[in-house]
Structure formats: C-alpha cells, structure tokens
Unconditional design. Sequence first.
Length: 336
Amino acid sequence: MNARIRFVAPLALALLATAACGTSGSSGTGGSANGASTASGKACAPVAGDQLVVLKDDKALQNADNVVPAVNAKTAAGNPALLPALDAVSAALTTDDLVTMNNQVDVQRKSADEVAAAWVKDHKVTDGLTKGSGTVAVGGAAFTESKILATIYADVLKAAGFNASVKEVGSRELYLPALTKGTDIQAFPEYLSTVTEFINKQLNGANATPVASSDPQATSTALKPLADKVGLTFGTPAKAADQNAFAVTQKFADKLKVTTLSELAAACKDGSLILGGPAECPTRPFCQPGLEKTYALKFASFSTLDAGGPLTKAGITQGKVSIGLVFSSDGALAKK
C-alpha cells in the first residue's frame, strides 16, 4: 500500500489491509453520483481554474499527520546526537516546503537528491549540530515526498558526522518491523497520526479505540507509550503535515470570498456544492460525513474520482466538481 494514501488513516481502518473501500457514488444527499447537480441553487457550482487552493480545516476535522522522525530506540539511545539532528529538520520544515519540494520533483522534474540538498542548505539546519558517529540507514517509501524527506534526514545526519544513507522500503507493514528491529533501517520520516494508529492496532487489535487526534502534542503523548512497547523512539513533529484536505480553484475561492471550510458552509447554504473524491468518501467520517457533521456542509451530489490523485485534481480544475479531496502537501498546490 502506498504510504502516502492516508484517506482513512486517522482511524487506521485500512492500514492492516488494502486501501479503503466503500460504495461508489453513494452520497447519501439525494444527489446523483455522476456529478450532475440536482440542487436548485447555483451559488457554489464548480468554477474552472488552473490554481488549486486548500480551504483551511478551521474546526479540525482531520487528524494531525505531521511529519515526525521515527528512530529505532536502541539506535537512538546509543547515538545521542541522532534524534536532535532530525529534530532540527522538524523545527524548520513547513507544509509549504513540502508542497514546493514535491512540485520541484513531480512537475519540474528535479531529482529528490538535488531538492533535498537545496532545502538543507537554504534552511541552515546543519548549523550547530552536536557531532555523532556510526552507520544509519534512513528508510524512504516509494513516493516522492518520502524520498525527499529520507534524503533530507540522511544529508543532515551526514553533516552531524554519521555515515548515513537512504534505503528504499516497501509498505508500512514491511518497513515498520524492520525499523523496530533496527536491522535494515534505523530511521524513517513518518506521519504522526497514521503511525500512531498503526501501532495502536498492532498492539491492541483491529477494534482498538483510536488515540490520535487533530492535536499534534496530544497525539505525540498518546504515541509515546505505544512506541516504547515496540522499541521505537519518535522525535518532535514538524509543522509540516501531509493529511487529507479539501481544495477548490482559486477562482472559486475568490468568487465566494472563502478561505476556510466554515466560510464555505456559510456561503453555500443553497446546497449547490458538488464534491469529488474516492468511492469511499460518502461513507468515511473524515470525508463527506465529516464535512456534513462538522461544518454542516450540504452537497448536491458526489462525483466518484480518486483519493487525492489526478482525477480529483482534474475534476476541480476543469470545473466538474466544486471541491475535492486532496493531500495538503501535494505539489499541484504550488503557486503558479
């Protein structure tokens, strides 16, 4: 499973299985599933445009999936300079940085090595690091953002005196056990709520009560005893987060004068919004039901597209849907 797909990650409902499933086109709003609006109003009908913009989740519907260093506990204990070096990355990294770097690799076709090195240099994160030593393999999953972050971690560790390298790994089901053993990899750029619930389910079963929340500090506190039990140590979460988000075109946002989901709800009381996303969106608490419950948003219809992928982004920019599920650090969000 692609580690970047975290559509249901806040509840970890599918982390131990395949990607989430659901009933295609079942919006539960009385609207059609093919994207054709049945509402009488037109205030929030789709507006095509090239620039995507995320509306702020001002009521914290989504859980905190901030980037956080994950380190094998024995490795961290034996190398006191390791975790502070990775925390220096967290202290400087923002979501805008992720958007920019993902865009540089995915759109501008620069290499992850080049982009990571430039970020480390520009942000001076290696200044004043305590020197360490030893060999550290940083795991990186097979998607752009993870490769960039793993390379940043390795570059910073090298500057701190470690013999650091990047090793591409598979799914979380495969790399997390390797990280807990400290054999093939010793460090990994993780996502706070996703990894918290993954370990929670591992330890307490598939029906474990969720402990992750929209609060990074509270989630970090909940993660610590879980991590201790599996032999992991986590650093400080960055401000940077890669989590579920909802995007519209800049032209749509400008037309309605909205920057938040609450403002969108106030502007779209006529129920003319068309929502786009993966087939499971109408049944998942962090997608359509969450938008309806948390923000009292009303939808004319739901259009089955994909989970933050090219179909959803195209649906928004081409004016086929008013709003769609994306990832908050997607390179497509970079300003044009």
